[in-house]
Design a protein around this ligand. Structure first.
Ligand code: PLP
Length: 397
């Protein structure tokens, strides 16, 4: 039997949540939009009676709203169970896997990286800022040639917040045609969708992964945008839902919630980005000033314009991140060292290793991530707690 006690809601509410890149609180308008579909409007859209028709209408309408928010056509939206499934589907190309060699950058989320590894694909290096090395990508494409099956480069990194120039990546990929016949370009936009207009930032991609719970929507729902004429088969087979591209009874409430979350995100984006960006800068600047040995590995000369606004990533020399996180939590601050993983255990960051950050510095990696509901008080709490916790780790470590 588990010995872990369940914290009370009141206790949870006191936490300064600086782990929004892991997940976010559901927006009130999303909860409201979902509620009827958890109640009377519980139909299965695969049927033909009135309950089912109601669900069909809800999913169709949500598809149109999602498409408008993502800057694609409704027919290009495939609802999935989340970012991981979207990534797996994009890389494998469905069932059986696409023939050929998938290529991705070295800083991808494991949902991409592990799928590429399972298919004996190729991983391309990044530079010190964490952006894909375009000449290394060009060399890989020249070498693999017509056997290349897909190229995957994430839009925003989940650990550092670094945004990739997808147009430049696409230019390299397309410049290899016709030796590399038109190969699909995939982008994992799971961390980008809250902050960037995908209609422009991901315009060059043929396949785009998005997840609901990173932007104030529910968990367990996502989208794979599949542009017209992109070769891809279904990965989940069965009832032929999503026009045969993803079987399984539609998660109607989740899909409606995803649409509401994306719409709210887009409507508030300019204001939220400015507000959260200012909070992030105050946090990062404050910690750099107060914590000796803290550096922003992904930031060159204080210029954070190449990052999404929600992520403050620091490496702190001579500090073990796990101990630091433990002390921070005891002070009411929840954060993360690198990305979150299922066991909660911290693993060495493959992202920092790929950027050439030394192992000893990477051991002190701290990701403080903000989201749509982050407040000045969260930042104040972190500005008090982090320097004090670092001092304690150094005193007793
Ligand atoms: N890709 C990135 C960049 C992520 O940050 C995450 C989640 O942390 C995922 C994919 C997986 O998304 P999901 O949790 O919806 O499966």
């Amino acid at each position: 039997m588990s010995r872990v006690t369940t914290p009370s809601t009141a206790e949870l509410r006191t936490l300064a949540d600086l782990d929004h890149a892991a997940t976010t609180r559901i927006r009130p308008e999303v909860r409201e939009a979902m509620a009827p579909f958890l109640d009377d409007r519980y139909g299965n859209p695969s049927g033909s009676h009135r309950l089912a028709r109601d669900a069909v209408r809800a999913v169709d309408e949500a598809r149109e709203r999602v498409a408008a928010a993502l800057g694609c056509a409704p027919g290009e939206v495939v609802f999935t169970s989340g970012g991981t499934e979207s990534d797996n589907h994009a890389i494998s190309g469905g069932m059986p896997p696409r023939a050929g060699v998938p290529v991705c950058s070295a800083v991808e989320h494991h949902a991409v990286l592990d799928t590429v590894a399972a298919l004996d694909g190729r991983v391309v290096a990044v530079d010190r800022s964490g952006r894909v090395d375009l000449s290394a990508l060009a060399d890989a494409l020249t070498e693999i040639g017509p056997h290349t099956s897909v190229v995957s480069v994430m839009l925003a990194n989940n650990e550092t917040g670094v945004v990739q120039d997808l147009d430049a990546v696409a230019q390299v990929v397309r410049s290899h045609e016709p030796e590399v016949p038109r190969v699909p370009l995939h982008t994992d936009a799971v961390q980008a969708a809250a902050w960037l207009d995908l209609g422009t930032a991901a315009a060059a991609a043929d396949l785009i992964s998005v997840s609901g719970h990173k932007l104030g929507g529910p968990k367990g729902v996502g989208v794979l945008v599949v542009r017209q004429h992109t070769p891809i088969r279904a990965m989940v087979l069965g009832g032929g839902q999503e026009r045969g591209r993803r079987s399984g009874t539609s998660n109607v409430a989740g899909i409606v919630g995803m649409a509401a979350a994306l719409e709210a995100t887009v409507a508030g984006r300019a204001t939220t980005n400015a507000r959260v960006g200012a909070l992030r800068d105050r946090l990062a600047d404050g910690l750099l000033a107060a914590v000796p040995g803290a550096v922003e590995c992904a930031v060159d000369q204080g210029d954070r314009s190449g990052l999404v606004p929600g992520i403050c990533h620091l490496c702190i020399e001579g500090v073990d991140a796990e101990t630091l996180l433990f002390l921070l939590e005891s002070e009411g601050v929840v954060a993360s060292a690198a990305s979150s993983c299922s066991s909660g255990a911290q693993q060495a960051s493959h992202v920092l290793a790929a950027m050439g950050v030394s192992e000893s510095l990477a051991r002190g990696s701290l990701r403080l991530s903000l989201g749509w509901d982050s407040t000045d008080a969260d930042v104040d709490t972190a500005l008090r707690a982090v320097p004090a916790a670092v001092r304690r780790v150094r005193e007793f470590g």
